[in-house]
Write a protein that binds this ligand. Structure first.
Ligand code: UDP
Length: 487
């Protein structure tokens, strides 16, 4: 278990000094003035299982820092285990909740989950007192949280970031497994009402995930800064002078021979010149990378015969698909990542040469959170469309991040994406992310109409502004914490 050290780099005053954020900060402060005194003397400890990679690790640090600034004693702990089987099991539970995988969970699975939960509870216990509030994120630390809730009698909230709006056998099996661990909790938090299992109804709250508008992932990048990041990370080749030094770890690109090499080989990606469609995600089958490749290939392969479509045909000719994800070695609680990347690599090698040229698969180094965030920011801003072709999606911060940058998103009907994107208003949704024809046709419609893209992008940005910024999220958390300690 690691108690994470966080360094404050930005204050609420800094946010408030941006005119478009002033009101949101004022509202949060007003809420805190009323609610924080009710939490006096209590420590709030957030616990998850990874310090980086994925949406949860993305959100926690700034939440903690801002809660501290608002007067709360807030901390972040990351649990671990020397048993890789534990993370395999929790990944399986993650997939099962999303309706995928073999629903048979054995007594040995339960014994393993109990054993690691016990170890983690023992490590967390010295940091907690009965008046404290424990917030555990997702299934990995749930069991430890349940033990601590029973043993210390503190208040405990389970923040579940995953869910499905249907109830197939797989999902039911995962909930059967998790139910005894979730039950002792005082309250649960979900990202969509559809995700709340029956046994938690009445003590579950909806809080949408949110982004930090001034983080390295989301802050504004002027063209020279953006070009500098592309150059520093090896995504462009340039002799032009840039402000900052090359990043120590560079982006790697899948080469036609199946190896990973420099991102500007075998040719320049064209991020600053070509229309680019990008999907940035963890390497996870449910993110729909492979059907997205197929949909893109199909879109490229069917030019319109009409001379009126000369411009569009040219766009189709030069457009590229960029698929980016973390260097898989860096994600501890995601044992599937390497496997999925390998599947995509194998699949890429079967594609015709022309397709290989236009599909760019990148792995982004994670050694530096800042550099990784800047790379993602730059990639999203270079994109004419950001795709998130998820088969299932708890929420999908990658969509939120693109929307904030006024980049229209090609999403799917996965529940988390539906919470954010209104089809035709803020972006587009494909009904079936496994259907390459549908993906190709929606891509075709989107790229044909640049004005529509611009309209959707602007709408999307406004939607994030009103619904999915960190200030709204923290107000909701404060309300919930005050309620939980008053019961
Ligand atoms: N992400 C990243 N680097 C990568 C891939 C993903 O920083 O190489 C970030 C991405 O920008 C987003 C988060 O990881 O902030 C993914 O969150 P999301 O909610 O989209 O999906 P999750 O991974 O939680 O299923």
């Amino acid at each position: 278990m690691n108690l994470m050290q966080l360094r404050k780099t930005i204050s609420l005053d800094d946010y408030a000094s941006f005119a478009h954020l002033t009101r949101a900060v004022q509202e949060l402060r007003a809420e805190a003035k009323m609610l924080v005194p009710r939490l006096k003397g209590r420590r709030v400890l957030m616990v998850n299982s990874t310090a980086q990679g994925g949406g949860v690790a993305e959100m926690i640090p700034m939440q903690i820092l801002l809660l501290r600034e608002l007067g709360l004693n807030a901390n972040w702990a990351v649990i671990g285990s020397d048993k890789p089987e534990f993370f395999k099991l929790t990944k399986r539970l993650h997939n099962l909740i999303h309706g995928e995988g073999d629903p048979h969970l054995s007594a040995a699975d339960k014994a393993l989950y109990d054993e690691v939960s016990r170890q983690n509870a023992d490590q967390l216990r010295p940091h907690l007192k009965p008046e404290d509030v424990l917030i555990t994120h997702d299934p990995q630390p749930l069991g430890a949280g349940a033990l601590l809730r029973k043993e210390i009698k503190l208040r405990a909230v389970w923040r579940c970031h995953i869910g499905l709006d249907e109830h197939p056998a797989a999902t039911r099996a995962a909930w059967m497994f998790l139910k005894p661990y979730a039950e002792p909790f005082d309250h649960a938090v979900f990202s969509a009402p559809e995700y709340i299992p029956d046994f938690l109804a009445g003590r579950a709250t909806l809080i949408h995930p949110a982004i930090d508008p001034l983080s390295h992932k989301n802050r504004e990048l002027h063209p020279h800064k953006l070009a500098g990041i592309l150059s520093n990370s090896g995504m462009t080749e340039s002799d032009a002078p840039v402000l900052t030094s090359p990043f120590p770890a560079k982006v790697q690109r899948l080469q036609p021979d199946g190896s990973f090499g420099p991102a500007n080989q075998p040719d320049e990606i064209g991020l600053l010149y070509r229309p680019v469609i990008t999907q940035v995600s963890r390497w996870d089958r449910l993110k729909g990378f492979r059907p997205l490749m197929d949909g893109f290939a199909r879109f490229k392969g069917c030019p319109s015969g009409s001379p009126n479509h000369a411009r569009h045909n040219r766009r189709r000719e030069i457009v590229r698909l960029v698929l980016a994800g973390p260097d898989p070695q860096s994600i501890k609680d995601d044992p599937e990542g390497r496997e999925v990347l390998e599947e995509l690599r194998q699949y890429y090698l079967t594609l015709p040469a022309a397709c290989q040229r236009d599909i760019v698969l990148l792995t982004l180094p994670m050694e530096s959170r800042k550099h990784n965030a800047l790379m993602v920011n730059a990639l999203q801003r270079c994109s004419v469309v950001v795709a998130q072709n998820s088969l299932r999606e708890g929420f999908g911060l990658t969509a939120t991040e693109a929307m904030w940058k006024a980049v229209p998103v090609l999403g799917t009907s996965a529940c988390g994406l539906r919470q954010q994107i209104r089809d035709g208003v803020d972006g587009r949704l494909v009904n079936d992310p496994n259907n390459p024809d549908e993906i190709a046709s929606v891509l075709d419609e989107m790229l044909q109409r640049p004005q529509e893209l611009e309209r959707c992008g602007r709408n999307a940005q406004l939607r994030v502004h009103s619904e999915f910024l960190i200030f709204t999220q923290l107000s909701r958390w404060l309300r919930l914490l005050a309620k939980v300690v008053s019961c």
